[in-house]
Write a protein that binds this ligand. Structure first.
Ligand code: NAI
Ligand code: 13P
Length: 347
């Protein structure tokens, strides 16, 4: 264990609580910031977060509170586990406290305006901060229940990667480092869209062949897109790429999978989202991804198909027929030699 330091975790949903617990178990005092003062009080008194992680004991070293400025002032290392829709709005007013701090985003979404990833928003808000992302196959409940888990911390700042490894590494949680921040972050955001499709396929009674086809073609699509934006294709063969894609497309614990399942059962998108009552980032990501893929002229038939079902009034049968009857393609066509040679993360 490294020297104990005070760490902040922003966002008291399922993932923020799970990460706060890991840090506390490693001996670090943690300030867990939650917007909702009542929920913070409930953690302080019951040591439980019943709304998001029922049955999980919240460690005594986790100090839950709803004073964001106090949490930011007290900590040099700050994990951000807010929904993508809330991150900019929550942190912008406190930019004055962020210079020189280490900010690590665990949020797996994209801001529609300008296609900004969360680490880029953190840079916009706090240009003097050190920035990283944490992403991988990390279902919050399994992390909290100590299932053996691995993840990736990505930053151009090696020392920050090492610091995050040191504070999070533990008997059940292993942290790998990467310098491809952009690729790692895109992997986490894009896989949510395909998990919605996988949930739909499961609800429709599709088999394992279908799921395997979906995951593999999804990997091709997301890699093609990310490489076009400057990510390293090799990142997509790792935990933050195919690893997270597999877990999210195969687990009914995934909220994106659950939204897809509800859609496959015949619920509308609004009904599916409100039945979930938690964050499913893929619902917003699909819109921004579809329009960005068109701008960049990246071929993404699965994304186009899901968008057509959710927002263009197409039926699933129509879209499935279109996808299956599409012009024959080459199997592994998504990583060109150019992509490999020029695929160093540039953004
Ligand atoms: N749950 C999981 O298994 C994992 C989630 N993530 C990512 O972490 C992020 C957060 O997700 P979860 O913790 O799962 O969400 P959640 O649905 O469990 O909880 C969301 C939390 O955000 C809070 N919140 C909502 N709007 C807010 C606002 N405007 N200001 C402040 N707080 C606000 C809610 O009160 C709640 O505490 C997402 O981007 C998700 O993709 C990443 C890895 C795993
Ligand atoms: O990102 C996740 C697992 O790595 C969690 O996925 P969901 O947001 O779909 O639950």
């Amino acid at each position: 264990m490294t020297q104990q330091q005070s760490i902040a975790v922003l966002g008291g949903g399922s993932f923020g609580t799970a990460i706060a617990n890991l840090l506390a178990e490693n001996g670090h005092p943690v300030a867990l910031w939650m917007r909702d003062a009542e929920q913070a009080e409930s953690i302080r008194t019951l040591r439980q977060n019943p709304r998001y992680l029922k049955g999980v004991h919240v460690h005594e070293r986790v100090a839950a509170g709803s004073d964001l400025r106090a949490a930011l002032s007290a900590s040099g290392l700050i994990f951000v586990a807010l929904p993508s829709s809330a991150l900019r709005q929550a942190l912008q007013p406190h930019a004055d406290l962020l210079a020189g701090k280490s900010l690590v985003s665990t949020t797996k979404g994209i801001e529609a305006q300008g296609f900004r990833l969360m680490s880029q928003i953190l840079e916009d808000i706090a240009p003097q901060a050190r920035i990283g992302v944490l992403s991988g196959p990390n279902l919050a409940r399994e992390v909290a229940e100590h299932a053996l888990t691995a993840t990736v911390v990505a930053s151009s700042d090696d020392a920050l990667c090492r610091e995050v490894q040191a504070v999070l590494h533990g008997p059940t949680f292993r942290v790998y480092a990467s310098s491809d921040r952009f690729g790692v972050e895109l992997g986490g955001a894009l896989k949510n869209v395909y998990a919605i499709m996988a949930g739909m396929a499961a609800a429709m009674g599709m088999g394992e062949n279908t799921r395997s086809m979906l995951i593999t073609r999804a990997l091709a699509e997301m890699t093609r897109f990310a490489v076009k934006l400057g990510a390293n294709p090799i990142t997509f063969l790792g935990l933050a790429g195919v690893g997270d894609l597999i877990v999210t497309c195969t687990s009914s614990k995934s909220r994106n999978f659950q939204v897809g399942h509800a859609l496959g059962e015949g619920l509308s998108l609004d009904e599916a989202v409100s039945r979930l009552g938690e964050v499913a980032e893929g619902v917003n990501t699909i819109k921004v991804l579809k329009s960005r893929a068109e701008e960049l002229q990246v071929y993404m038939p699965l994304v186009a198909g899901l968008h057509a079902v959710l927002f263009e009034g197409r039926t699933l049968d129509q879209v499935i027929a279109m996808l299956m009857r599409g012009e024959p393609k080459t199997d592994v066509d998504f990583i060109s030699i150019d992509g490999m040679m020029n695929g160093e993360a540039t953004k």
